[in-house]
Design a protein around this ligand. Structure first.
Ligand code: 16G
Ligand code: MG
Length: 574
């Protein structure tokens, strides 16, 4: 394979890296790939021997010091994907809600979606290839995926605020440039902002301008328009406290604040000046510990929310007058949004089909409320944004949220055009409703779930409906639930079906769960191997917290016994 050049020889025998303009990213492009140069550079980003990583639910994620080779190789892969799709591809360097020492990377496909599953496999192969096999794997992928190597390649890059992110994104850039791709480095961005940029670039600006300024303008214009007729305008309605998880959300929200200063006053906490990223704060901490983050001052009945480390998740919460903490998760966000959209559709008299997409983690009360009270169809998919996003694309209006706060709303092209047309044709109240829908379409980030965009949608709905956070919370009462983790030798011995609600293997596990569930009222339980950690997750809900805790514990024991538990067996109360 030595010295092999894909398709075309090097022009004038010169590698483009020798060009004086190359360093700025705007060098002359060679649509082919100089494999010699790739090999040379790859050696500078050597893979630690024996390290095997998987492109998981949201890309690669592990300790930052193990990721240099993965970053370089994802630069190479992004170039191939860009050539194959003839589109701009995104690379985001982030590990979301993981601890600060970790990092990760994921690729963003042409319409701002997650990377296609067949390319996740290519990513895993390339990341795990031993040094001497990198060329062969690249050739293999090009062949399997019928990549036209003569095509130009363009990649955009974003990164979060982790100390390791800047250097790692340089390794991505090295991979892109050495394989003849061109790039634009956006530097610090939230994950959903990068998805937005990719979507804008591949729709020739139709979706919006591919700059942070363009993003701020598009969203704030829609927000300001939408809230012009807000019912609630008192100081107390306008104030929102935001825990930014000491991450990128703080920087971006601070920049954006000035664009909508009239309609909403936000106070930022955990902005990263003193605290550590995601440490005792952020959406993941609040949701999994069911308690407020550190570093935020909360008065009774004040509306607060938390972003995660890369600002693609949001969770709301408050203390009531008796000092009880109330969590408003992705399920309740989906319910608020669904009821608002349904009302607007009724108003304009248009029967566009709405679907709500959840996962097995959705609280049973939310599913019952959506189906029985609101009469909207609810669908369940496997965990992971890409599964929900994909399902939501089947509807005119597809609302998807994971309980953990990832989610957005997708509008089909037909729905969007219909609403635009009605906003022109209808009159009075109907026209107003159609205009609101038009602005809602612009306010949602339709490329990916987005904490900033979701926050503005929620704030607009609460203001328009004159709802307090307590009234929103009172839509339904969550069933008490508990999540636990179990360590097993190989979590892949657990396989599931029915959108992860039933275990297929190991034999006997599902029967054991069924028997346990029968012992409790309003109960439900399921287990699944985590896509992000080396553990099995257990979820249980029941009519009381005591029952949910006890059911979760009993299911954990069943997993430990039947699926090869390691270490100490699960103890009650943990
Ligand atoms: C990732 C997923 C999230 C999912 C979570 C499940 C994306 C962008 N993120 O964070 O959707 O809920 O993994 O983690 O897809 P688990 O498999 O460890 O339970
Ligand atoms: Mg995230």
């Amino acid at each position: 394979m030595e010295g092999k050049v894909l398709h075309r020889p090097k022009v004038d025998g010169l590698c483009w890296r020798c060009s004086p303009t190359a360093a700025a990213g705007g060098g002359p492009h060679l649509p082919d790939m100089d494999l010699d140069a790739v090999t040379k550079h790859s050696a500078l980003h050597a893979k630690p021997s024996g390290l095997i990583l998987q492109y998981g639910t949201a890309g690669f994620r592990t300790k930052a010091e193990h990721l240099d080779h993965v970053m370089f190789r994802m630069g190479l892969l992004a170039v191939l994907r860009s050539k194959q799709t003839k589109s701009t591809i995104g690379v985001m360097v982030t590990a979301s809600h993981n601890p600060e020492e970790d990092n990760g990377v994921k690729l963003v496909d042409p319409l701002g979606e997650m990377l296609a599953p067949s390319w996740e496999e290519h990513a895993t192969c390339l990341a795990n290839a031993e040094e001497q096999d990198v060329q062969r794997v690249l050739l293999d992928i090009s062949e399997k995926a019928a990549v036209d190597l003569q095509q130009d390649a363009f990649v955009v890059i974003g990164r979060d605020t982790r100390p390791s992110s800047e250097k790692l994104s340089q390794s991505v850039i090295d991979g892109i440039t050495v394989s003849g791709g061109q790039f634009h480095d956006y530097g610090l961005l939230t994950t959903p902002q990068l998805h937005y940029m990719v979507y804008c670039r591949n729709t020739q600006g139709q979706y919006g301008k591919a700059t942070t300024e363009g993003y701020y303008q598009k969203l704030s214009k829609a927000f300001v328009e939408l809230t012009k007729q807000a019912f609630c305008s008192g100081d107390e309605c306008l104030l929102l406290k935001v825990d930014c998880a000491n991450g990128i959300g703080a920087l971006k929200l601070r920049e954006m604040k000035n664009y909508f200063s009239q309609g909403l006053s936000i106070q930022l906490f955990n902005v990263g000046t003193t605290g550590k990223l995601n440490h005792l704060c952020g959406a993941d901490f609040v949701k999994s510990h069911q308690k407020p983050p550190q570093g935020i001052e909360m008065k009774p009945n004040e509306r607060c929310c938390s972003f995660d480390g890369d600002a693609d998740r949001i969770i709301y919460y408050y203390y009531d007058a008796d000092g009880h903490f109330h969590l408003i998760d992705g399920d309740k966000i989906a319910t608020l949004i669904s009821s608002f959209l349904k009302e607007l559709l009724l108003e304009i008299g248009e029967s566009l089909n709405i679907g709500v997409v959840q996962t097995a983690y959705a609280n049973g009360s939310s599913t019952r409320y959506l189906e029985d009270v609101m009469k909207v169809p609810v669908y369940c998919t496997k965990t992971g944004v890409k599964h929900l996003h994909h399902k939501a694309q089947e509807f005119d209006i597809g609302i998807y949220f994971e309980a953990n706060g990832h989610g957005t709303v997708l509008f089909s092209k037909t729905a969007e055009m219909k609403i635009k047309q009605l906003a022109e044709e209808l009159e009075d109240k109907k026209r107003k409703a159609a205009k609101m829908l038009e602005n809602i379409i612009d306010l949602f980030n339709q490329a990916a779930g987005d904490a900033i965009s979701d926050m503005l949608v929620i704030e607009a709905i609460l203001a328009l409906k004159g709802l307090t956070i307590q009234q929103w919370d009172a839509l339904y009462t969550d069933l008490p639930n508990r999540q636990l983790k179990v360590k097993v030798a190989d979590r892949q011995v657990i396989s599931t079906t029915d959108a992860e609600r039933k275990a297929v293997t190991p034999p006997g596990l599902q029967e054991a769960i069924d028997d346990l569930v029968k012992k409790y009222k309003l109960s439900r339980a399921f287990v699944r191997p985590s896509g992000t950690e080396d553990i099995v997750r257990v979820y249980a809900e029941a009519d009381s917290q005591e029952s949910a805790d006890s059911l979760a514990h009993e299911v954990s024991l069943a997993v430990f016994q039947l699926a090869g538990g390691v270490g100490e067996s699960p103890q009650p109360g943990l």
